[in-house]
Write a protein that binds this ligand. Structure first.
Ligand code: SAM
Ligand code: SF4
Length: 465
């Protein structure tokens, strides 16, 4: 726990030298070398106030993301297994004391129906999410759900990577979880600020700050080497939170030899009977949020940064330009809601959801929009299936190889999506974007990509390298 050094963070925030523009400019220059920056230097960037300088920050974040990963944006959707929960997080609609929430736990067959609905929309990557309930959301149940999801197939289309965001486990249970072939294990500390954490988590197992903070290390020991971290913005001072999260990343790098695979930046959204969500104690405005994402990209250039549908479409578009590399699309936050929404008579499941969303567009609409913004939607799951995880993935990211793998795989999986799922409008925009992007590839990769595309046109599926 000592690695979240509150004194060090407080000193950074007070330090007048870190508010000087000249110094902030030198930090931006240093970040361009793609070697990351220290927590102190990130503190200096978070202090940037002048529009010229934060525009420079935004441009640099975009350049870094583009030069490492190219213009691909990886797509996924969350799948909720249950909204039953024994915790009482003051910001969450699933909290135990929310008596107005209609509780629902999916059967394994219903999990299959949800996944099937997502496969038929074109998704290839899911994030499993659930409340914490020892009798319901235990590792065996999650494992069975994963098996069911991987077993489904719809004309060669299937879920190829299941990431998991569930409450922290013991070492033994993490080993079991790993045996189900998960992708990334994600866990958000919510707030790294100890006193705030204590207030926000008044009861249930989640009130143990240290057990949660040390979970990524236990997961790693159990063999899971793609680990995601995150903080729930709005609970405490956002600059403080960002620096603490970077300290966590620094600690992971030092102790595990590899930093986080992803960083998530959820921001508080309104939720039923969740006092701290409906009146966030430290609401984060859009500009501050944008600066935070850009600073994270400069500080951890090789890490995936995930943006969810909590945010509105217009803001999401802006944030793609400051280093976001993965996004959810077409999401719902209550168990059973994908299947339910296929029913034209359905009125939604407001009384079952975890929080309300800012972006309600379908996957097809988001894909089209992403293309129009000059990004390449990606459904790629190649790295994890080819053993490129943990430090092996990071090594490829650091030596620049990953971009040469990501771009062609993004293009092939996007082509596959267009053949099987896109509507006419998306195909029009998408084919044009794809043709342009393929021509921009270096000769060798271009030929490989064209050959993957023709295989897909000839009926093959799941083509990647
Ligand atoms: N129950 C597990 C846990 O708490 O670790 C699994 C994840 S929980 C269902 C998913 C995440 O949703 C939480 O970690 C939290 O960051 C986020 N969340 C909860 N309430 C939220 C709200 N009102 N607005 C935005 N995000 C919220
Ligand atoms: Fe339960 Fe997680 Fe919601 Fe907390 S954030 S109430 S643990 S589902």
């Amino acid at each position: 726990m000592e690695f979240i050094n509150e004194e060090r963070i407080n000193d950074i925030l007070k330090n007048p030298a870190l508010k000087k523009e000249d110094y902030q400019k030198t930090v931006i220059e240093k970040a361009k070398l793609k070697k990351g920056i220290s927590v102190e230097e990130a503190g200096a960037l978070l202090n940037i106030e002048t529009p010229e300088l934060y525009q420079e920050l935004f441009l640099t974040a975009n350049e870094l993301k583009q030069s490492i990963y190219g213009n691909r944006l990886v797509m996924f959707a969350p799948l909720y297994l249950t909204n039953a929960c024994v915790n009482n997080c003051l910001y969450c609609g699933f909290r135990k004391d929310n008596k107005e929430l209609t509780r629902r736990t999916l059967s394994i067959d219903e999990v299959g129906q949800e996944a099937d609905s997502l496969i038929r929309q074109g998704h290839k990557r899911l994030l499993l999410v659930c409340g914490e309930h020892p009798k319901i959301s235990n590792v065996e149940f999650v494992g069975e759900a994963i098996r069911k999801i991987y077993s489904l197939d719809y004309n060669g289309n299937n879920i190829r990577r299941v990431n998991v965001n569930i409450a922290p486990l013991s070492l033994e249970d993490f080993k079991k979880l790993n045996s189900y072939e998960i992708g990334t294990y994600q866990l958000f500390q919510e707030t790294y600020h100890y006193d705030t954490y204590k207030i926000m988590h008044p009861s249930g197992p989640k009130k143990d700050y240290a057990y949660r903070l040390t979970a990524p290390n236990r997961a790693f020991e159990a063999g899971i080497d793609d680990l995601g971290i995150g903080a729930l913005f709005g609970l405490t001072d956002p600059k403080w939170e960002t620096l603490a999260m970077l300290m966590h990343a620094e600690y992971m790098e030092a102790t595990l030899g590899v930093g986080p695979h992803t960083i998530s930046v959820p921001r508080l959204e309104p939720a039923l009977n969740a006092p701290s969500a409906n009146q966030p104690p430290n609401a984060v405005d859009d500009l501050t949020f944008k600066k935070i994402i850009a600073v994270l990209r400069l500080a951890a250039p090789y890490t995936g940064i995930i943006l969810s549908t909590r945010e509105r479409a217009e803001l999401r578009r802006e944030l793609f330009n400051v280093g976001i590399s993965q996004i959810s699309a077409g999401s719902k936050t209550s168990p059973g809601s994908y299947k339910d929404s296929e029913n034209p008579e359905s009125h939604g499941q407001k009384d079952m959801e975890q929080f309300s969303l800012g972006d309600h567009r379908s996957l097809n609409e988001v894909v089209k929009d992403v293309c129009e913004q000059g990004y390449m939607p990606s459904f790629c799951t190649a790295c994890y299936r080819s053993g490129r995880t943990g430090d092996r993935f990071m090594a490829l990211a650091k030596d620049g190889t990953i971009g040469h793998i990501c771009s062609p795989n993004a293009m092939a999986t996007f082509k596959e999506y267009m053949i099987d799922f896109a509507d006419k409008g998306t195909i029009e925009v998408g084919e044009k974007a794809l043709a342009e992007q393929v021509e921009k590839l270096p000769e060798k990769t271009k030929n490989k990509t064209k050959s993957m595309i023709s295989k897909l046109e000839n009926g093959e599926r799941d083509v990647y390298f």
